[in-house]
Design a protein around this ligand. Structure first.
Ligand SMILES: O=C(O)CCC(=O)C(=O)O
Length: 246
C-alpha cells in the first residue's frame, strides 16, 4: 500500500479538495476486497437490514453497499488500519473516526448516475473536517461513469441543497455547478488507485452505459472534533424521507 502522509499531498488537498494516489492498495489487496465483496453480496446481504444496500432500477443489482464497517469484520478492519488512519489524520485535522465503509458499484449497463452534490449535505458536520477515500476496484475510464470533481469548490463552503429524487443519493445541489465538464477533474483510475475528496468538494458521475463494471470502495472519516450541524441535518432528513435509500 502506498499512502504515506506528505506535506505536498496535504497542500494539494487543502488547495484542491481532491487528490489522486496511485496504487493506494496493492493488486493483492484489491483482489481480497473484490473476493470479500462478492462473498458478502452472495452469502450475507439477504439476511441484513434493507438499509445495508441500495439496488439499481432492476431491483436486483446492487448500486451501493452501506455500513460495511458495521456488518463485516474484513471491511471494519480495513477502515481501521493504522497506516490508513495515519494517512487521513492530517487531512481531517485530528484523530480520524471511521464513519462509513461503502461501495458505489456502478454495474455494467445498469449503473445509475450520481447528481452533483457535496457530501456534507449527507454527513452534516461542522467544522467540515471529513473526507472520503474512493478506491478503484475496477478500472475507471472516461466511458464507465468516472467521478468528476470541481477542484477548489470546498473552499466556497456549502451551497444550497435540494432533494434529488435519486435513490441512494437523495440530496443534491439546488443548482448544479456551472464549471464546464472539461474544466473539472476526472478521476480516471486503475484498480488500487484512489482519490481522496473533502466533504464539501462538488462532484458527480454519469450512468454506466458500457459493458464494464466500475466498482469503487469508499472509506469515510471525520476528525473526532467535528459535530453535527442541525440545519444541515434537517435538510438531509427531509430529502431522505422523500427518497429513502432502500
Ligand atoms: O462513485 C460515484 O459515482 C459517486 C461517489 C460519490 O458520490 C462520493 O464518493 O461521495
Amino acid at each position: 500500500m502506498n499512502c504515506q502522509p506528505s506535506a505536498s499531498l496535504e497542500a494539494d488537498y487543502e488547495r484542491d479538495g481532491v487528490v489522486l494516489i496511485r496504487q493506494f492498495l496493492s493488486q493483492a489487496e484489491v483482489s481480497a476486497v473484490r473476493a470479500e465483496l462478492e462473498r458478502y453480496i452472495r452469502d450475507d446481504l439477504a439476511s441484513l437490514p434493507v438499509n445495508a444496500r441500495t439496488l439499481e432500477k432492476d431491483e436486483k443489482t446492487v448500486r451501493n453497499l452501506w455500513r460495511l464497517e458495521e456488518h463485516n469484520k474484513f471491511f471494519r478492519d480495513l477502515g481501521e488500519r493504522a497506516d490508513i488512519r495515519a494517512f487521513v489524520a492530517p487531512l481531517v485535522h485530528g484523530d480520524p473516526v471511521l464513519c462509513g465503509v461503502e461501495t458505489f458499484n456502478k454495474p455494467a449497463r445498469l449503473g445509475s448516475g450520481v447528481p452533483c452534490h457535496q457530501d456534507n449535505a449527507y454527513f452534516c458536520q461542522t467544522p467540515p473536517d471529513m473526507l472520503t477515500v474512493w478506491i478503484a476496484i475496477d478500472a475507471v475510464t472516461e466511458a464507465n461513469g468516472p467521478v468528476f470533481f470541481v477542484k477548489g469548490s470546498h473552499r466556497q463552503g456549502m451551497q444550497p441543497t435540494a432533494p434529488s429524487g435519486v435513490r441512494g443519493n437523495s440530496i443534491g445541489m439546488a443548482t448544479p455547478t456551472r464549471v464546464p465538464l472539461d474544466e473539472q477533474f476526472c478521476g480516471l483510475l486503475q484498480p488500487g488507485d484512489a482519490t481522496v475528496h473533502h466533504c464539501e468538494t462538488i462532484h458527480h458521475s454519469a450512468p454506466n452505459t458500457t459493458g464494464h463494471s466500475r466498482l469503487g470502495l469508499l472509506l469515510v472519516y471525520r476528525g473526532s472534533h467535528t459535530q453535527t450541524d442541525p440545519a444541515l441535518k434537517e435538510a438531509y432528513a427531509a430529502a431522505l424521507a422523500a427518497t429513502p435509500p432502500a
